[in-house]
Each structure stands twice: as C-alpha cells, then as structure tokens.
Design a protein around this ligand. Structure first.
Ligand SMILES: [Zn+2]
Length: 131
C-alpha cells in the first residue's frame, strides 16, 4: 500500500507549505462554521480543501513551486512586520522609531535628545526629527 502511494506521488508536487496553509485555513473555516453555520463558509471550506489537494497532486511542479515561493514571501513579510512591532514595543522607552522619507526603511534613534539630524543608513537620506 505504501509502495502504491509512493509510486502515485512520483512526479507530483506533494504537500508544500502553501498546501498546508490552505488545509489549516479550511480547518479554521470549519471551526468558525460550527458557530456560524453558513452555507457560504461551507462552500469556502470545500473550495480551500479542493485547492489544497489539487496542489498536492499537481504534476505542474514549476508552477506550484512559484506559487509556494510567493506564499512564503508574503508570510515572511507578515511575520516580519509583527516581529518588528514587538521589538519596537520592547524598546519604546529608550528609542524612537520612524520611517525614512526616502526609502521607507524603519529607523531607530535614541529618545530624549531633542531635535536631531538623522541619516538613513540604507539610502543616505538625511532629515531632522524631534525625539
Ligand atoms: Zn532611507
């Protein structure tokens, strides 16, 4: 039986992070639907599961891989944003944070120094800010 499954999966995409995310999203929708009981959510859940399984059994591996890459890039941006928020929250007493007007990079300067001239380390843009 294991051998059969193995042979069936040759040349197929298999479970990647994006497929797993889709299954978890479907699971989340099921849990929500226990309370809401909506036909739309049931359809959404089914669609997510079908999408997930189609990706797992897909033979178009380059395309599935590209999708997975896009998903990972997006996930990285979201988790990066939140870990940035918690870091800033921990350091809020000692440092002030703002974005560079030139390149939008997040800059950190010591708090309580009055008006200072900030030079962006990423793009070299200089501007004045009160801290
Ligand atoms: Zn900059």
């Amino acid at each position: 039986m294991k051998e059969k499954i193995y042979r069936f999966m040759i040349g197929r995409n298999g479970a990647d992070q994006f497929s797993r995310f889709l299954s978890f999203a479907a699971l989340g929708v099921i849990v929500v639907n226990l309370f809401v009981r909506s036909a739309v959510l049931s359809a959404l859940c089914l669609a997510l599961l079908i999408w997930s399984y189609c990706r797992v059994f897909s033979r178009n591996i380059p395309r599935r891989r590209a999708e997975n890459e896009r998903y990972l890039a997006l996930r990285y941006r979201v988790t990066g944003y939140f870990s940035g928020l918690t870091d800033r929250w921990k350091q809020r007493r000692d440092f002030a944070f703002f974005r560079c007007p030139g390149c939008k990079a997040m800059l950190r300067v010591p708090r309580g120094k009055g008006k200072i001239r900030v030079t962006c380390r990423k793009c070299g843009n200089a501007f004045e800010r009160k801290t």
